[in-house]
Ligand binder design. Structure first.
Ligand code: SAH
Length: 242
């Protein structure tokens, strides 16, 4: 039964994994939640901050084991908020970075549901921190590009393709999210675009988790190194002089 209390959806960044990297606001939202929808990378220690009695709903793994389609997640959030529930939509890292944020906020806005977005620490920052590097350096990297390796346009021609030729000559740091499976494609495209084969690269798997793994390699060797070291998702790849 719905009650008349006013519901609200908080779309909350959970950070890269380590619960210490949650924001105070994220913690506050979790402590208020009636219902939490969470992504596959969210650590149990973070879920344990949810209000006692809150309902926790896993959305499964993206692309492989997704339990609900995006429109179904939107519908459930809308129904719950209309019933007066406080909904927390907990997303890995920062919802603003490769987090399908607009798809959710547009649906909530269209349904006239009150919502608020709480940014989080994105995995690129966390990966740089654990690798001991800075994503920018005024001597050699005054710009950073955050790039998805999930090359959706390969399957959907209506989506814009990435311009690897411009990335190859980018004067700054390239950070690839979701780049493990597609390493052959993007590293080959950067080499074809003229990026030097000895460009330094760091790969950071499971940044801030106890099982994190860091490898140092170069553009020409990355595909082989990822295979040899058995690097799996989630991993961040940082390309450039920094
Ligand atoms: N919104 C998230 C990114 C979602 S896309 C953020 O801001 O971080 C999912 C990708 O994020 C993964 O494929 C991986 O590239 C990266 N990622 C997320 N958590 C990570 C972690 N702890 N260590 C390394 N990479 C991570």
């Amino acid at each position: 039964m719905c009650n008349l209390k006013k519901g609200k959806v908080y779309i909350v960044g959970a950070g890269p994994g380590d619960p210490d990297l949650l924001t105070v606001k994220a913690l506050r939202c979790l402590s208020l939640a009636d219902l939490v929808f969470y992504d596959y990378l969210i650590d149990d220690r973070i879920l344990s901050f949810a209000r006692v009695g809150a309902e926790l709903f896993s959305l499964g793994e993206p692309y492989t084991g997704r339990k609900l389609k995006q429109v179904e997640v939107n519908e459930r959030m809308i129904i719950a908020a209309r019933c007066g529930r406080i909904v927390v939509r907990l997303k890995g890292g920062d919802p603003h970075i490769f987090g399908r944020l607009n798809e959710e906020t547009n649906a909530l806005a269209e349904a006239s549901i009150q919502y608020e977005v709480v940014p989080g620490i994105t995995s690129a920052s966390a990966a740089a921190q654990v690798a001991g590097i800075s994503l920018t350096d005024r001597r050699n990297a005054s710009a950073v590009a955050l790039i998805t390796g999930h090359l959706s346009y390969e399957h959907d021609p209506t989506l814009p393709a990435l311009d690897f030729k411009s990335f190859a000559s980018f004067r700054g740091t390239l950070v690839f999210y979701m780049g493990v499976v597609t390493v052959k494609h993007w590293s080959g495209a950067l080499l074809d675009g003229g990026m030097p084969p000895d460009t330094p690269i760091m790969v950071i798997q499971n940044a801030t988790f106890p099982n994190q793994k860091i490898i140092k390699t170069t553009l020409i060797n990355i595909e082989q190194n990822i295979k040899e070291e058995n690097i799996k998702s989630p991993a961040i790849v940082i390309v450039g002089k920094v």
